[in-house]
Write a protein that binds this ligand. Structure first.
Ligand SMILES: *Cc1c(COP(=O)(O)O)cnc(C)c1O
Length: 425
């Protein structure tokens, strides 16, 4: 495969942009590759600057559940642009999307839009602290909640593959109020609530973890979090930036029938534009400025173009049978993958239309388990898939995604390619 132009583009980019990228995982360092420079994307496909065509299983980190450049979303966006691209003054589009989010996530009684998942989570945490008057935040190892200072503790995603449990430039005082516990460890949660009685502002969790690879909650883990936070009057925050509108229209909270106090959504909700939201119980949300004392703001927040793309995307997702159709694509695919990796010392974790193949481990139910994976074999796997025109998420600690635009033939070809790799690589 000729990737000459991507390599040239990379050499040019590094002159001006640190690492040549605006988000670290894109540099493909953990898989020992040069970054890909994309020229265009359509449905389930990417085309790079060299003209190579890839079937995309990363989908801008799960954003494009409808596939890239969906015609209906694009049409709405084109019309919206002619009316102006930002006002800094309220517009009807914001209420429209807020209504839609609330319809799917009834627990998000009130919603505020921001520009990224990082911002959504950061604001939700500030709000939880403002509401409870307490400082301590409980998170879980391998869960990623964006790059806000106090959440970069045992974080997943790009931080995980950098092999850092935290980041330089974060004063230890900033993370002194963050406690990170093993995912799925109910006893550890009970213990910390006993030790820090009356000091815990919030528990934040990815209800299905996707930033250490896909890891499912087990044995009523989420129910335990719900019960213990209620009992101690702490705020339960679900970070559904990936799982929201992915696992179901109402995210993981609909799937597991557990309503958190606050929820962050992102990725899909922006329809391919920089938008995210946080929301929850009205009595907590009203503490936000201008109603209350917790400050939060944004020049481009509620941007009309992003709101339009999000609204149009959610409109399509709300159509009768959308998730059933996605599931009908996903089920045989997952079954095929399972068959391919059977007896090969590979674990396939999946939830709805997201999945991760963990190399050379039995079972992955925590970050510690995920870390036992053979990352060199994963790197070989990534290169092999790329050489066969599949772009998968470029780290062992990320999820892969299926969109409604993937065809059965492409999915079958993916399974066959995995099968060949497993038998030979
Ligand atoms: C992607 C992600 C974030 C951060 O969102 P950005 O838009 O990248 O800032 C936060 N939490 C989870 C669970 C995510 O997957």
């Amino acid at each position: 495969m000729n990737r000459k132009k991507s390599i040239e583009a990379y050499h040019e980019a590094v002159k001006y942009i640190p690492g040549g990228v605006n988000s670290p995982v894109r540099a493909l360092r953990s898989v020992g590759e040069n970054p890909l420079f994309v020229k265009q994307a359509k449905a389930a496909h990417l085309r790079d600057v060299d003209g190579n065509r890839f079937t995309d299983f990363c989908l801008s980190w799960g954003v494009f559940i409808l596939g890239h450049a969906h015609p209906q979303v694009n049409r709405a966006v084109r019309q919206a642009i002619t009316r102006g691209t930002s006002f800094g003054i309220p517009s009807l589009q914001e209420t429209e999307l807020a209504k839609q989010v609330n319809r799917h996530f009834p627990g998000m009684e009130k919603v505020r839009f921001v520009n990224s998942g990082t911002e959504a989570v950061m604001s939700a945490i500030r709000l939880a602290r403002g509401f409870t008057g307490r400082n301590i935040i409980i998170k879980f190892d391998g869960c990623y909640h964006g790059h806000a200072d106090h959440l970069l503790v045992s974080a997943g995603s790009g931080v995980a593959s950098l092999g850092k449990s935290s980041s330089a430039g974060v004063p230890s005082d900033f993370v002194a109020c963050t406690v990170s516990l093993p995912f799925n460890d109910k006893e550890a949660v009970s213990r910390i609530f006993r030790e820090k009685n009356g000091q815990i502002a919030a528990v934040i969790v990815e209800p299905v973890a996707a930033n250490m690879g896909v890891v499912l909650p087990e044995n009523d883990f989420l129910l335990h979090l719900r019960n213990i936070t209620t009992q101690h009057q702490s705020v339960l925050i679900f970070d559904e930036v990936i799982t929201g509108f992915r696992l179901s229209a109402g995210g993981a909270q609909q799937m597991f029938r557990i309503t958190p106090d606050l929820t962050a959504v992102g990725k899909i909700v922006g329809g391919g534009f920089p938008a995210a939201a946080f929301g929850g119980r009205a009595n907590i949300m009203t503490l936000l400025a201008p109603d209350g004392p917790v400050y939060q703001a944004g020049t481009l927040s509620g941007n009309p173009i992003a709101m339009t793309a999000g609204t149009e995307t959610l409109r399509i997702l709300s159509e009768e049978g959308f998730y059933e159709k996605l599931e009908a694509k996903t089920n045989p695919f997952i079954a095929g993958l399972k068959e391919s990796v059977r007896g090969e010392n590979i674990t396939l974790n999946h939830a709805g239309s997201m999945f991760t193949l963990f190399f050379n481990v039995d079972k992955v139910r925590s970050f510690e388990d995920a870390h036992k994976s053979d990352r060199e074999r994963f790197a070989r796997f990534f290169k092999y898939m790329l050489a066969h025109c599949f772009y998968i998420s470029p780290s062992q600690f990320e999820a892969d995604f299926i969109s409604i635009a993937h065809t059965e033939r492409e999915l079958e070809r993916f399974v066959k390619t995995v099968d060949r790799f497993v038998k030979t690589g």
